[in-house]
Design a protein around this ligand. Structure first.
Ligand code: XMP
Length: 513
């Protein structure tokens, strides 16, 4: 395994991704949360120093802990990591007018263990750069392996101590052979075997959960989404009945999903599950609310209230389990804390209720979404849950602009299930990030048979995305859309018009509220 010390680069998590794709397990820790003792216990075979937004030429900028360079382990510094390593070992770093952002080329001057089998001496290779400062004098023992217009020391190596530095970012796909370079560091230089698998991770996590929890009791908020489902099944495997799952059912799930959650977890996995039907409470409190933020906040608050109530009923717990993923962790570590605008106040079923002082069990903290899916399959969780599209915590409430009522939710569920059924039949479900229907607060005139109708309109939304941050509408063919619209108007009483939302994000958002 390797340890990555994070200096706050936007792309640090990609380093971990690339390494794991090559079968090397690694973890990312903040650079200032890696005391010698803790690192020794983790026993990495090598350490990677990430990039970061600071400048080593400024006094207060972050430094790698000194023990990193005295542990006898190989070290790879990337961008800021290279610069701080160079400076800390006696070299020099300077700012320069010739900044490099984006595609750049390096000339390979010498062979090295890092570039072995990828880039030979004399080659000119494409890389991706993002820097203003550069190393201008090498520490003793180092030599230049490659150079670029903006960085005299684009790759540096001290083969004796096994210290390497790269000014560019090998972890991004725009550095075509970057993944191989990281793989060389892990395998040829650090001696990692490349045999890390999800099966091994599962066994290791089960042991870690047992060690952490001991004889304690754990509660977990279950929503039927991928993350909380996988976390629950994994924890259950580790500690069995010491785990209780609480499913706060706000009555705003899709058709049949609540039943499916109960069946899957109670009957199939034998997990102790409290199913609290709180739909009257939620719908009652939502009555009269039309402002999107007010709706979101109400749902978030009620969720916590009900969750706490149920938790008290079972006599409390020592730990709260959450399906926190890697990107969430990284965001909270690297956030610079600058002012940003709240577009939407997200409510997450796994969100830690403020004031609920419990220790956390977060077995998915090291994983990316697609890795969570692999783990879910490994645990035998049905494909309908593991491969499910993301579903927002506030549920259908944010797909019903205006006031939410039980009748509207029921109507929307019918429209939504026709749309999704057609998507599944057409084999498109997995090609789409999220697809759903929105119930519009307008009535329009139509004609059915010989009669006039005056019913509600709905919108369909389907997008592709890799992380939900940006999205494109899905380009269905017109025949498909026509078929869906026809079925909805014919089968769902109360709807007489169907529209398709073709807004990208930005400027739109995925949900309507
Ligand atoms: P937006 O609408 O902001 O959505 O473009 C981006 C992604 O986040 C989901 N979403 C939520 N997820 N709690 C959640 O757990 C929320 O309050 C919430 N609001 C939006 C949305 O479905 C999309 O995947």
């Amino acid at each position: 395994r390797l340890l990555i010390l994070d200096f706050g680069s936007q792309v640090t998590q990609l380093i971990a991704r690339r390494l794991r794709e090559g079968g090397t397990y690694c973890e990312i820790w903040p650079f200032n949360a890696a005391p010698e003792e803790k690192v020794r216990e983790f026993a990495p075979k090598g350490i990677i120093l990430s990039g970061g937004p600071a400048s080593v030429t400024e006094g207060e900028s972050p430094r790698a802990p000194e023990h990193v360079f005295s542990a006898g382990l190989p070290v790879l510094g990337i961008c800021y990591g290279q610069q701080t390593m160079a400076q800390q070992l006696g070299g020099q770093v300077e700012g320069h007018d010739h900044r490099e952002f984006g595609r750049a080329f390096v000339d390979v001057l010498a062979d090295s263990a890092l570039t072995q089998g990828i880039w030979a001496k004399g080659a000119r290779e494409q890389v991706w750069m993002s820097h203003g400062d550069r190393v201008t004098r090498l520490p003793e023992g180092f030599r230049a392996v490659a150079t670029s217009d903006g960085a005299p020391f684009a790759i540096t190596a001290d083969e004796e101590r096994r210290f390497y530095g790269v000014q560019f970012h090998p972890e991004v796909v725009h550095t075509p052979h970057g993944a191989q370079l990281l793989d060389n560091f892990a395998k040829a230089i650090c001696g990692c075997g490349g045999d890390w698998t999800m099966k091994a991770y599962r066994a290791e996590m089960v042991q870690r959960i047992r060690d952490q929890v001991g004889k304690g009791r754990v509660v977990c908020g279950l929503s039927g989404g991928v993350d909380s489902s996988v976390a629950a099944v994994l924890i259950h495997e580790a500690i069995g009945d010491q785990l209780t799952c609480i499913f706060v059912d706000h009555g705003l799930m899709r058709a049949n999903e609540a039943d499916q959650v109960v069946q899957t977890f109670r009957d199939r996995f034998n997990i102790h599950l409290v199913h609290r039907d709180a739909s009257d409470l939620f719908l009652g409190q939502l009555s009269g609310l039309t402002d999107p933020e007010a709706k979101r906040k109400t749902i978030g608050r009620l969720f916590i209230e009900v969750f706490e109530e149920e938790q008290n009923k079972i006599g409390g717990a020592d730990f709260l389990a959450q399906g926190t993923l890697y990107p969430d962790v990284i965001e909270s570590v690297s956030a610079t804390g600058g002012p940003s605008v709240t577009i939407k106040s997200h409510h997450n079923v796994g969100g830690l209720p403020e004031g609920m002082r419990m220790r956390l069990v977060e077995p998915l903290r090291e994983l990316f979404k697609d890795e969570v899916r692999v783990l879910g399959r490994e645990l035998g969780i049905p494909e309908e849950i593991v491969g499910r599209h993301p579903f927002p915590g506030p549920g259908l409430a944010i797909r019903i602009p205006g006031e939410v009522t039980r009748e509207k939710a029921d109507l929307l569920r019918k429209v939504d299930s026709v749309f999704l059924e057609e998507i599944r039949t057409a084999g498109l479900y997995d090609a789409i990030w999220q697809a759903f229907a929105v119930l519009l607060p307008v009535r329009t005139v139509g004609v059915m048979g010989d009669g006039r109708t005056y019913d509600q309109a709905c919108a369909l939304r389907a997008v592709t995305s890799t992380d939900g941050m940006t999205a494109e509408f899905y380009p269905f063919d017109m025949g498909f859309l026509g078929r869906v619209a026809n079925r909805i108007v014919n089968e769902v009483r109360g709807i007489n018009r169907v529209t398709y939302d073709i807004t990208s994000k930005p400027p739109g958002t995925i949900e309507w509220e």
